[in-house]
Design a protein around this ligand. Structure first.
Ligand code: GUN
Ligand code: ZN
Length: 442
């Protein structure tokens, strides 16, 4: 840390937060000093951005007049979690019994998403969803809306009220879905373009062109998605790929001239930096190489992949190819809003494919790794100077069993592992956005 702590004044400091701090400076697989842990630290902020992070004892008695001090002594603060793939309209249908992907879409998802043509319904769902993110310590999320432009206005409005950095977009879907949930190549282009003009890079909002998945888009619609990406700078692209065997076989029938499912997207220019693909379980070597060389990211959705019986994703395969990976809840195919519970299931999936995931790697993926997968690591993901101060305050003794287990933890790595296996929303004591407390369990 600072060999000589900087002097604080009102130009550098308007808020200070006291706690134990943990964040990542890089990938723990790539460097031994990736993790920085400061016991009894102080995070210094000015207008919601990080000025410094150091030892509390160096600064506590020289905080300038008027500086607000949030005292979370004994709690653990980390950068807010990144949920790199989720569906806010599916919140209410989470945990719906008994089917795999394609049947589950027909039976539960499409009828649920139909309701989002009603703006007030969408507003209520979006408000609940954003509150649920904050209750779970998630500060940035890449979110699917529905085909209805109103549903996109609703989620960006709810995020804006809470000053959250959110990525979202209108689902594009013009075939193989009920009539009530289909747009056309042209209307999806026009409506997306209007939403981009209205929301993209306004405040902290970021727009993602969102073709649902190849089976529900015509070639014309995929081409329109590619056109949007070319016409508007800085956009994201989010979709699904290679999640389920029946889905993969269906895509092969629908697009017989393409080498693979991923190649369908590649053909229309949808593989690039800021492209985020959910699942990516059933990719081959050539696909992985394309993901890596184009800079596209994988959203690893462990609870969803287990719940829908989709398969076991190998993070080792992705790593070998140098592909960007984030972790994601994929609510409502996923079964929890909690990133802690999502890391728990990620660990178990990794065990099942004969690999391992350390707690350090897991929390890296949920924070800086997630930010990197979304190309937001220049702004977010750790407490580097100038970064936007979105963070989560964690209570490692939130439940009786956590207290009992933590009492025998012999290292921070051991504590973190117990946290991700035993923790859930009860372990989230508070969540701050741009320095401000936006959720407090108390
Ligand atoms: N593939 C296409 N749509 C969806 C969806 O809503 N959820 C999941 N898990 N996979 C999909
Ligand atoms: Zn999804």
């Amino acid at each position: 840390m600072n060999s000589q702590p900087m002097a604080l004044d009102n130009d550098s400091c308007d808020r200070a937060i006291r706690a134990n701090f943990l964040h990542f400076l890089g990938d723990p697989d790539e460097r031994d000093d990736a993790c920085e842990y400061i016991e009894d630290g102080l995070l210094i902020l000015k207008q919601g951005r990080v000025t410094a992070l150091g030892e509390a004892r160096d600064w506590l008695d020289q905080l300038p007049d008027g500086v607000e001090l949030d005292d979370y002594s004994g709690k653990l603060i980390m950068p807010g979690f990144f949920d790199t793939h989720t569906h806010y309209p599916q919140t209410e249908m989470i945990a719906s019994y008994g089917s795999q992907l394609l049947e589950w879409l027909e039976k539960y998802t499409f009828p649920t998403e139909r309701q989002f043509s009603d703006r007030s319904f969408a507003d209520s769902a979006a408000e609940f969803f954003c509150d649920e993110l904050l209750r779970n310590g998630t500060t940035t999320s890449a979110v699917f809306a529905t085909i209805h432009p109103e549903s996109v206005d609703a989620i960006f409005s709810a995020a804006q009220k809470r000053d959250m950095c959110l990525i979202a977009g209108k689902v594009m879907m013009d075939r193989n879905a009920p009539d009530y949930l289909c747009d056309t190549a042209e209307s999806s282009y026009t409506q997306s373009a209007e939403l981009i003009e209205r929301w993209h890079q306004k405040g902290r909002a970021l727009y993602a062109v969102t073709p649902r998945f190849a089976p529900t888009s015509s070639e014309q619609q995929l081409e329109a998605a590619g056109r949007l990406l070319k016409e508007f700078p800085g956009l994201y692209l989010q979709s699904h790929v290679a999640e389920n065997h029946a889905e993969v076989a269906w895509v092969a029938k629908l697009f017989p001239h393409r080498r693979s499912y991923l190649d369908v997207y590649d053909h229309y220019g949808l593989l690039a930096e800021r492209s985020i693909y959910g699942h990516c379980i059933h990719l081959d070597e050539a696909d992985r190489q394309r993901m890596a060389e184009t800079g596209a990211a994988i959203a690893f959705c462990p609870t969803s992949n287990l719940f829908l019986g989709s398969g076991l994703f190998s993070i080792a395969d992705a790593r070998q190819h140098g592909i960007r990976v984030g972790v994601a809840t994929d609510v409502g195919g996923g079964t929890s809003f909690s990133m802690l519970q999502t890391l728990n299931e990620a660990y178990k999936v990794t065990q099942m494919v004969g690999d391992t995931m350390t707690a350090m790697k897991a929390f890296y993926l949920a924070t800086l790794g997630g930010a990197k997968s979304l190309y937001l690591d220049q702004r977010l993901g750790n407490f580097g100077v100038g970064k936007e101060a979105d963070f989560v305050v964690l209570d490692l003794g939130a439940t009786p069993i956590m207290k009992r287990r933590m009492a025998r933890a012999d290292s921070i790595a051991d504590q973190l592992f117990a946290l991700m296996m035993l923790g859930d929303d009860r372990a989230v004591h508070a969540t701050h956005i741009m320095g401000q407390c936006r959720y407090s369990r108390a």
